[in-house]
Design a protein around this ligand. Structure first.
Ligand code: NAD
Ligand code: TDX
Length: 343
């Protein structure tokens, strides 16, 4: 199989690429991967250093909004004699940035997804897996959102992802495109850009700084290790039914305060390192998904949270070479979102 992985230089897409090339994703053994990534502030080829020499990997720097490039790459992967597919990770992914400026979110997440769907339609075959998020359901008071629950997104980020989900499903219903959508929970692990809670707090605490806890700290998130997320995506890609949505969760629900306490313990810092700050605008209280549907395909999270968090903290402790250049860059150009980067 030949897979076009958009956003393959980012956090989850690069994990998917590394795992696929290590034959660690059941059903995708031997797959060839073409990564398409614009190398925005969130993408770096250093996430692919260990696999860049693989004869099964090709890296293409480019934008999912580039219709001609999308046509060429999609045609190439679906024309592979072993079959081809698109796994679409590329997105603007940080909620706070979408609150500050939603434009890049609409361009990449909505128009970019439609550009790829059009390319698949023109190619006439090939599965399109859209990597979406539990945030499209909006806040969930009790229990877990089921795939049949209607989208009710709150933030501009979540609204752009919900729009992309609906466009992907519309392509299935209208044109019969072979579309599958996954909706994953908050994902953590190595190689995550230090702006999301876990990597921001870990790197700041390791540096002796203070971390900003929004509002009362009691918002609840459900945590999913990045390798479990990738295994779920691979399962939906190989076993999922066309036109269907699959939630992917990790099962560990924590308030932000609980999670922060664990990160303080893991980095040897005290509560005085936590600064309560003004709440995020429109801050969703709780996300949670019901994973019964993908469990019926054989999915179960494999990484125990304590183990996954400990190894993630250890990764950041030992990989300053990875994150220090990124944090320096972010300090120099904080508001830059969709701009190109040199490698
Ligand atoms: P990320 O921000 O780490 O990576 C995004 C990647 O997409 C980067 O490599 C970036 O350079 C690339 N990109 C951005 N705009 C592009 C464009 N116009 N053309 C080509 N490439 C572009 O994101 P992530 O955390 O790895 O998330 C990947 C996907 O998973 C996203 O679609 C996100 O919505 C979804 N998701 C993320 C989480 C999470 O907790 N991180 C949870 C559920 C779903
Ligand atoms: O500095 C912070 N302080 C803080 O209290 C940050 C960055 C976050 N928070 C809170 C807000 C959330 O309740 O921590 C929680 C997690 O925040 P983020 O890491 O920004 O994640 P979230 O907003 O929940 O969204 C994430 O999960 C779903 C990803 O960013 C999305 O890409 C994914 O779709």
């Amino acid at each position: 199989m030949h897979i076009l992985v958009t956003g393959g230089a980012g956090f989850i897409g690069s994990c998917f690429t590394r795992m696929a090339l290590a034959d660690a994703l059941p059903g995708l053994e031997g797959a060839r991967i073409t990564v398409l990534d614009a190398l925005t502030y969130a993408g770096t080829t250093t996430n692919l250093t260990t696999v860049l020499g693989s004869p099964r990997l090709r890296f293409v720097e480019g934008d999912v909004l580039d219709r001609h490039l999308a046509d060429d790459l999609v045609r190439e992967v679906v024309g592979d004699p072993a079959g081809g597919a698109v796994v679409h990770f590329a997105a603007e992914s940080h909620v706070d940035r979408s609150i500050a400026d939603a434009g890049a979110f609409v361009r990449t997440n909505v128009l970019g997804t439609q550009t790829l769907l059009d390319a698949v339609l023109r190619a006439g075959r090939g599965r399109f897996l859209h990597v979406s998020t539990d945030e499209v359901y909006g806040p969930v008071d009790v229990g877990g959102a089921a795939e049949t629950d209607p989208p009710a997104p709150t933030s501009p980020y979540a609204a752009s992802k919900a729009a992309a989900d609906l466009l992907a499903l519309a392509s299935f219903k209208t044109h019969g495109t072979d579309v599958v959508v996954t909706r994953g929970s908050n994902t953590y692990g190595p190689h995550q850009f230090p702006e999301k809670l876990v990597p921001l707090f870990v790197t700041t605490l390791l540096d002796g700084g203070t971390v900003p806890l929004y509002g009362d700290g009691l918002n609840v998130r459900s945590w999913l290790h990045v390798e479990d997320h990738c295994r779920g995506i691979a399962l939906a890609l190989t076993q999922g039914r066309a036109g269907e949505v699959y939630n992917i969760g990790g099962g560990t629900e924590l308030t932000n305060t609980d999670l922060t306490d664990r990160l303080l313990a893991a980095t040897g810092r005290s509560r005085s390192a936590v600064v309560p700050v003004e709440d995020r605008k429109g801050h969703d209280r709780r996300y949670a998904v019901d994973i019964a549907k993908i469990a019926r395909l054989g999915y179960a999270p494999q990484v125990p949270f304590e183990q996954g968090l400990a190894s993630t903290v250890e990764w950041y402790r030992t990989r300053r070479d990875w994150w220090e250049p990124l944090t320096r860059r972010a300090v120099a150009e904080p508001a830059r979102t969709a701009s190109r980067r040199s490698r």
